[in-house]
Design a protein around this ligand. Sequence first.
Ligand SMILES: [Zn+2]
Length: 302
Amino acid sequence: MGVVLLGIGSGCEVEDEPMQEPLVLEPQAPDEVVAGKAEVEVLDGVAVASPPPGHGVAIEVIYDDGQMELITVTTDDEGRVAQHDADPRWGLVAPPPAQAVCPDKCMDDRMSLTGWHWNGPIRWYYRDAGRPAALDMAATIEALVDGAAGSPSARDACFLPDQVGALQGYMGQTNVAPNIGIFGDSILCGFDDSTNVVGWADLPNNVLGVTCTWFANGGVATGTDMLYDDAFAWFTSARVPAGCVDQYSLRGVATHEFGHAFGLGHSPGNSCNLTMYPSTGPCNQGMRMFGWGDVLGLQAIY
Ligand SMILES: [Zn+2]
């Protein structure tokens, strides 16, 4: 399946295509049960609003050293809240990407899934407020659209067949802020507000980006919001700019973040050349092109 782009005023309609039977994951044993709290602090200075019964929220935090954490909080039908660390084996010490010891991305079939999928396209908006002055608005939107389109098109470096029925549509700009609160030095995933927004904020605690994805516990995703740090240096081009120093690829990071939104987890082990590996480096465009395991994950979900 290809990517579906909905331009502003294009009048195009997204066809909700019949989905393959989604993969059903075994429920994880909770790491910690934290019933009765309105908020759950999942990392230092990072929290989520406790989901309503029968729902969950996942938060991905990218730090400015390129390390990432993906954590899920669910509330069962009885109101018991549980936290799951998707990468308990790593903490913040995943090796940097593109090491010689890591398998080639086209030889590496490892992947993990978050357990949710979308029934129909991810329809998302862009909020321009706070865009770094160094970035052009049109180029920024183009980079985010490029990142969002990576999963549905199974954009890979390995000439793999697409066979991915995921869809997304860029719906234009909005003034609605992503439902991710910044309170002093703290970040909070709020509640699902049914408007999926990608925007900018001055994120605290060396955080480069944050993605919140909301889902029903049966596995259907209901919303996703993303914030990127407006104080950080990004590049929006498809190629690493000449003379690049400490700039991160907006296309590459957005490809990874939308990969989570679509239901991909972090690839395990030393899979550091795959897009869904939880670490990236500056002046690196490798994440933009999926590897074998990434595409296998998408095919398993869609
Ligand atoms: Zn991640």
